[in-house]
Design a protein around this ligand. Structure first.
Ligand code: ADP
Ligand code: 5GP
Length: 201
């Protein structure tokens, strides 16, 4: 059977520490058709983060240059740093029929929902703010003052959850992942993205 398909744009958001990275890494491992959009950021790399893989780590000047030439699909200032999704690689992947995933904050997600209305939006929630703190502190990648800022911002981010099509509570990782996968698999089968051609014989 001949199967034609259109690429899906998946927008994932959630407060820092909710488990977005944990969940999407697993999705990327299991779903060969899903491509991660590498963002530009002016924040410093964490130990182990690789330039060009986790982010493009750039200066504010380079970020502004990209912005001036309209190179971002969306961009925002988040937790005191600039972040943006480069437009061209996302559009190229989608045009090739591949799926693309963005891990972006709600300000950016709202821009994408407006400009790419057939995107699929998912908000990842922690089971509690206390657990969010434990995860952020346990991850140990930010200074305490950055952890506090991320926790303060988490309230405002969670308040925007109803702007998203789907909500996934990340209590147990396996359960949360299975729900995320269910969403992705179902969305790929929408008749607007999936075009199986029925054989004669
Ligand atoms: P985000 O990408 O949303 O900032 P991470 O995926 O980095 O969050 O997760 C933050 C921390 O919480 C990591 O140390 C991760 O291993 C841990 N974590 C993620 N999901 C869970 C979960 N369901 N239960 C316990 N710890 C989790
Ligand atoms: P972190 O510094 O922990 O990697 O990311 C902090 C926040 O920035 C997270 O909410 C993440 O989703 C968001 N973020 C990462 N890349 C982008 C991007 O390209 N655009 C926007 N708007 N937010 C981003």
């Amino acid at each position: 059977m001949l199967i034609n398909k259109k690429g899906m744009l998946l927008v994932l958001s959630g407060p820092s520490g909710a488990g977005k990275g944990t969940l999407y890494s697993r999705l990327l491992q299991e779903d060969g058709d899903m491509h991660f959009s590498v963002s530009y950021t002016t924040r410093a790399p964490r130990p182990g983060e690789v330039d060009g893989k986790d982010y493009y780590f750039v200066t504010e000047e380079a970020f502004r240059e990209m912005l001036d030439k309209d190179g971002f699909l969306e961009h925002a200032e988040v937790h005191g740093h600039f972040y943006g999704t480069p437009r061209e690689p996302v559009i190229k992947q989608l045009e090739a029929g591949n799926s693309v995933m963005l891990d972006i904050d709600p300000q950016g997600a709202l821009q994408v929902m407006a400009s790419m209305p057939d995107c699929v939006s998912v908000f990842i929630l922690p089971p509690s703010f206390a657990e969010l703190r434990r995860r952020l502190e346990g991850r140990g990648t930010e200074k305490q003052e950055d952890v506090e800022r991320r926790l303060r911002n988490a309230r405002g981010e969670v308040a925007l959850k109803d702007k998203y099509q789907y909500l996934v509570v990340n209590d147990k990782v396996d359960e949360a992942f299975s729900r995320l996968k269910t969403i992705v698999e179902a969305e790929k089968l929408r008749s607007t993205r999936y075009f199986p051609v029925v054989d004669e014989e």
